[in-house]
Design a binder for this molecule. Structure first.
Ligand code: GLY
Ligand code: MN
Ligand code: MN
Length: 435
């Protein structure tokens, strides 16, 4: 990744402003155990630097140091326990920045970085403790640059610039996302192969995540959802501790994270390999809806068009199955279809699984898709155990989700290799481990 080029592009867009972009801190899980560290995505996008407690300051109009990082000092005693730190001395050369300071000096040095710029790009409201430090630095900058009123008087969310950049993936990012998608494909295929009735959701989770790690992914992009039977009708179920009973479906929503980039895939399959007629009928509707949605992902189409395409096909299908009555338009207008399809059909994908970037323009209209954007397309149908429908339709939760790159003339389904048709699924489920 060309972090210097990203910083240069960002700095060109903020002009006379100064940006303060904090990285993530470690967070306690319990006792003195921490959650696994995950860098802040904006900070990672601009630096590639993966240590906690760092702050990037970009001041394009500064006379001297235009790119500055604050980071942890070297600490031999702590490094024995927690691993090597880059440290202040090596940071400028290693990260390609003009200057580095100890994070301990933030209060003292940050005001000087702010003096001279009238506009501060800082995302207020994400971390109140850090907000206070930044506002104190603005106050100190006012003291130091006050006579000329050369201190930040305007606050702008850096996301207005940065998230537009993140939304448009360059060739390097697409290459990583393509590889993340391939690894996720390996994991899902493996999970299908090892599925047998009686195993537990967490076993399937272990298989899929083992396949990711083995193929080189550092992590999952989000907590895997492995939901058998009725659990699949809880949209973000992720306790993953129930048994997978013969005759039920299992919904697996899981994606690896590779070099910070997410994949996000859902497949749903019968635990015993064979769909019941009702499961199959519902599955075919979701599949048809997903196909219709993916077809509308192309440059110039609105970023919500695929949702509307999915909703229409799902509503038609629910009527055909006898789960809704009346006309398609009526059921869409009154939102009756939402009894069985209650979420959107996709979201941007990138460093975050629900990635940065606006969906609407300033006039409130859904924006048009452009090459380099990546979106998921993920329709579903969820029929709970208490639904007033024939018994054989109850406890069916189905979602099908792929990761779609908008290309110059259409799209590329990055996760197309994962079995998806009824025949493909019935051929692979329970076929035995490969990894
Ligand atoms: N895995 C979360 C989502 O599909 O949005
Ligand atoms: Mn998704
Ligand atoms: Mn998902």
């Amino acid at each position: 990744m060309d972090y210097a080029a990203r910083r240069a592009a960002f700095m060109q867009r903020i002009g006379e402003g100064v940006a303060v972009i904090p990285g993530a801190c470690e967070r306690l899980r319990n006792g003195d155990s921490e959650y696994p560290f995950r860098q802040d995505s904006d900070f990672l996008y601009l630096t590639g630097f993966n240590e906690p407690d760092a702050v990037l300051v970009l001041a394009p109009a500064a006379a001297r140091d235009r790119t500055v990082i604050f980071l942890r000092d070297r600490d031999p005693a702590k490094e024995v326990w927690n691993g090597a730190r880059l440290g202040v001395e090596r940071a400028p050369f290693t990260l390609g920045l003009d200057a580095a300071y100890s994070i301990e000096r933030l209060e003292d040095v940050l005001p000087d970085c702010l003096v001279g710029s009238g506009r501060l790009y800082y995302a207020l409201g994400k971390d109140f403790a850090f907000d206070r430090r930044v506002l104190a630095a603005v106050e100190a900058a006012q003291d130091r640059g006050g006579r000329l009123r050369a201190f930040p008087q305007e606050l702008v969310d850096p996301g207005t610039v940065l998230h537009e950049m993140r939304l448009h993936k360059d060739a390097d990012e697409v290459a990583v996302m393509r590889r993340a998608a391939q690894i996720t494909a390996l994991g899902h295929s493996e999970a299908m192969r090892v599925t047998v009735p009686g195993m537990h959701e967490f076993e399937l989770q272990a298989h899929i995540e083992f396949a990711y790690r083995r193929a080189g992914a550092q992590d999952v992009a989000y907590t895997s959802i492995v939901a058998g039977g009725d659990n699949a009708t809880t949209l973000h179920y992720n306790t993953n501790r129930m048994r997978l009973d013969d005759g039920c479906l299992v919904l697996v929503d899981s994606g690896c994270e590779l070099d910070g980039y997410a994949s996000d895939v859902t497949r749903t399959w019968p635990v015993n390999r064979r769909f019941t007629p009702e499961q199959r009928a519902v599955y075919e509707v979701v599949l048809l809806a997903q196909r219709a949605g993916i077809e509308t992902v192309k440059p110039g189409r609105g970023c919500r068009d695929f949702h509307e395409a999915c909703v229409r096909v799902i509503t038609e299908g629910l009527i055909d199955l006898g789960l809704l009555s009346g006309s398609v338009d009526e059921n869409i207008e009154t939102n009756a279809y939402r009894a069985y399809y209650m979420h959107g059909s996709g979201h941007w994908l990138g460093l975050d699984v629900h990635d940065a970037g606006r969906y609407r323009d300033d006039a409130g209209q859904y924006r048009a898709l452009e090459p380099g954007m990546v979106t998921t397309v993920e329709p579903g149908i969820y029929i709970g155990r208490d639904a007033t429908v024939p018994q054989d339709f109850r406890s069916i939760g189905i979602r099908i989700e792929d990761d779609i790159l908008v290309t110059a003339h259409g799209n590329e389904n990055l996760t197309a290799d994962i079995p998806k048709t009824v025949d493909e699924i019935e051929a692979i489920v329970g076929a035995g481990a490969c990894v």
